[in-house]
Design a protein. Sequence first.
Length: 303
Amino acid sequence: MKPVTVITGAIAISIGSALLTGSGHAQNKPSIPKEDHSDSLDKISRPLTKDCTFLRAGSALTQGITNLNQQDVGEINDFVLDSNNGKIRYAAVTYGGFPGFGNKMFAVPFEAITVMPNNNHEHDHRFLLKVDQEQLDGATGFEQDHWPDFADQEFLNKLDRRYNIRRDQDVPPSNAVIRANQLLNLNVLNIEDHQIGKVEEIILDTAHRKARYIIVSLDHHTTNGNKLFAVPFQAFQVKFDLKNRNQQNLVLKMSNHQITKIQGFDRDHWPDFTDPVYRKSLIEQFLFVKKQKDQGVKVGIDS
């Protein structure tokens, strides 16, 4: 299998408004709804239910997976994101709940996993996956240094059949993916290629299976105070370091002057990402990026 290829262009990812309601269980053959990609600022004002939730990717890594009988079946190791649109394509899991699978990882379509709030822990979530030993018969895992080729349509079709995923339309294969673990702790550069901070966390919208925001900490010479900043993915560009091709950076398409205008939050007081007023304020702070067409940055707003 070919290794994962990380795209070096701008990551164009939409800002969404509807989130997972957290009710119900994974179905045997879930139907994947088509998604509306129209650019409409009005959609951000749609009301959200109290049960909707955003997921912190870093906090979810190494978290356990259970089946519908609350039996442990595995563990989340990573999320595979389509860097063209931010879609959460797959979770990389280890099946510690079944004998004979060792420490190898297995790609699971994210549509097969149900993410539910844990009522006993406000910031915790439960990952549910309907899977059994017979269903995994013949499954081939992979090592950390040898990821599968996500442009291989035959490989993707086998995954869909194994996890009983039925799609309304063909999803074009793509090796333009990036993993959550690759994004976490990356250095953040400004538009002048000066280092200004690093990635602290990634916020996932589990309802539409998309990454929405990157949480960054900025150096003290860039901003005052020890605050964090929620930045839409589309404001960044993934870029390889010219001196070290194995090193990647995130370029925030803003000057230092523009960065001083954005509003942060305290580490101990995270914002409510289900609040449409707060999310609209983020759009307004970064909407100017849409006008910078010469920089190759696109802002998309969808449901």
